[in-house]
Design a protein around this ligand. Structure first.
Ligand code: G4P
Length: 528
């Protein structure tokens, strides 16, 4: 197959949702359609149920064995589909944000009863800012939920999207009869039998046909006719370009658990979802069909087995082909590296591959060369943008609890930060180290991993910080800036990249500081 055809047939995407909306279930059903797994229950949920460290460790341990859960690849009707796993738990939101830099589109799963939830709002906002094409899947139609029109309104308002329903439910919950597919103009009747793999659909090209009454009963048929008329009146026609530009979001209804409405979603997805897209680097825009390979690290997965302390760096291929044993430039280090066993991921296994194409993800064994955001090329100096850090929510001093192991501690901290587990800030005043995280859970994880993987012990001390603000000076030679540096010295720190950060202890002090030093900008993200 030609290089161009290989690119055109790839779809790399992520599924985002609030925990419990049905992401794992949907993923599993998609894999079933692709024939990538044989039975339901094969995909391990990455959910942290009790919110406990032991839970997280157990998940990580299982993943260590089957890292494949980070990327699930399968073939469907000649399309190569790569699903990137995105943790739903809010404490791991950073991980999800970073993964979103490697997807070409997303599917948003919403629970029909709960509607738009908090995590969905945050994640969709990130996708909207990046104009990532989104398809919405409203799940659990077999249960009593919100009225379809109310829900579509809610999605538009809370998520700030422009929706276009491409399927519409016939009834709901106990009365749920099936789905009318506006995209294919047919009806899929619900039998509530979750063991069914492939559903039968019935062509209904004309909704006024009496066949419809026979299929779903007169009452439901009339309601559907009214509703579809309303849909036609309220919502614009689907426009693929608008979808691809992030201006319009098609919506599907279904029940992942019952494998209902999933095929419709998948068939439409394969047809409309974008092939690998060009990516902006600091130097220039890179097109997937360029001959030379470029790619970037968006995730690093540690091996949790202390006897094998290697890590797996996940690279998204942006352009060209990635070939085994060929030397590539590690741009940040300025040196060439060769990889003898790049891994590709399938639903239940990983395999060494000789060649990978744009849109694919390869896992490279790493002994500490990589950190998140690193770029690999064939020689050109390219730095991919857009793996930002956001201000953490929690801040604590980290102290060495075993003075004989300080070397191990610092190495451990360094590597965990490269993996993106948390952020490190070093105070300007006294060099003390501060760990910033999104959730409290990460502190336990760091402590556990330092001890078990590096043989080091740490303790924490609370630090009152409201937000970390990356500092941008209009003129770093100005008297105002010098005064700021002097007066606020005890609140200043460097992040791991050496960028200056102001650790504001309250919203009020941030506001006052901003007023006193108007020529300085304070950003809540490292990317500005
Ligand atoms: P997540 O990955 O988004 O967190 O959600 P997950 O797929 O794990 O689904 C969360 C719960 O919702 C699961 O039940 C799952 O069985 C259920 N679910 C998913 N899709 C549907 C659906 O279409 N209809 C109904 N009625 N339920 C659905 P659980 O009891 O939390 O887990 P389990 O013990 O059944 O695995």
């Amino acid at each position: 197959m030609s290089f161009q055809k290989e690119i055109n047939r790839r779809r790399t995407f992520g599924i985002i949702s609030h925990p419990d909306a049905g992401k794992t279930t949907l993923t599993e059903k998609l894999l079933l359609f692709g024939g990538a797994i044989q039975e339901a229950g094969a995909v391990k949920s990455n959910k942290i149920k009790k919110g406990a460290t032991s839970d997280f460790m157990e998940i990580e341990r299982q993943r260590g064995i089957s890292v494949a859960t980070s990327v699930l690849a399968f073939e469907y009707n000649g399309t190569k589909i790569n699903i990137l796993d995105t943790p739903g738990h809010k404490d791991f939101a950073e991980d999800t944000f970073r993964t979103l830099t490697a997807v070409d589109s997303v599917i948003v799963v919403i629970d029909v009863a709960k509607g738009v939830e908090e995590q969905t709002e945050k994640l969709v906002e990130v996708c909207r800012m990046r104009n990532i094409p989104m398809i919405v899947f409203i799940n659990k139609l077999d249960r009593e939920g919100k009225d379809a029109f109310d829900l579509l309104d809610e999605v538009e308002q809370k998520l700030n999207l422009k929706v276009v329903p491409l399927s519409f439910p016939i009834g709901m919950g106990y009365e749920f009869k099936g789905i009318y597919n506006l995209w294919e103009k047919n009806i899929n009747l619900f039998s509530g039998d979750s063991r069914r793999n492939i559903e039968e659909t019935i062509e209904i090209s004309d909704l006024s046909s009496p066949d419809l009454d026979k299929l779903v009963g007169e009452k439901s048929a009339n309601t559907l006719r009214d509703e579809i008329e309303l849909v036609d009146g309220i919502y614009p026609d689907f426009d693929k370009e608008e979808y691809l530009n992030g201006n319009q979001q098609p919506v599907f209804f279904g029940s992942a658990l019952n494998n209902f409405g999933v095929r419709e979603l998948l068939d439409c997805f394969v047809e409309i979802a974008p092939k690998p897209r060009p990516k902006q680097s600091e130097e220039r825009l890179i097109n997937p069909d360029e001959k030379n390979f470029t790619g970037f690290v968006f995730k690093i997965h540690a091996n949790m087995d202390p006897n094998h302390r290697d890590r797996l760096a996940f690279i998204k291929i942006v352009s060209g082909t990635f070939e085994r044993n060929k030397p590539y430039l590690h741009v940040r280090h300025g040196k060439k590296l060769k990889f003898s066993s790049p891994n590709a991921f399938f639903a239940e296994k990983k395999e060494i591959v000789d060649i990978s194409y744009p849109g694919d993800i390869v896992g490279l064994h790493d002994t500490g060369n990589f950190k998140i955001g690193d770029t690999l090329t064939e020689g050109e100096t390219i730095n991919y943008k857009g793996i930002p850090s956001f201000s953490p929510e929690h801040f604590r001093y980290i102290n060495n609890a075993d003075p004989l192991k300080s070397k191990q501690l610092y190495k451990g901290i360094d590597q965990l930060m490269d993996e993106g587990v948390a952020q490190l800030f070093t105070l300007e005043l006294n060099g003390r180290k501060v760990i910033g995280t999104v959730g409290a859970l990460q502190y336990e994880v760091i402590q556990y991993r330092l001890e078990h993987e590096y043989g080091a012990k740490c303790s924490y001390e609370n630090l009152n910080v409201h937000k970390a603000c990356w500092v941008e000076a209009e003129d770093d030679k100005s008297e105002e800036y010098k005064e700021f540096l002097r007066v606020k010295q005890r609140y200043l720190a460097k992040d791991k990249q050496g960028q200056l950060v102001f650790l504001a202890d309250s919203a009020f002090s941030l506001q006052m500081t901003q007023q006193t030093y108007p020529s300085i900008k304070f950003h809540f993200t490292s990317e500005f």
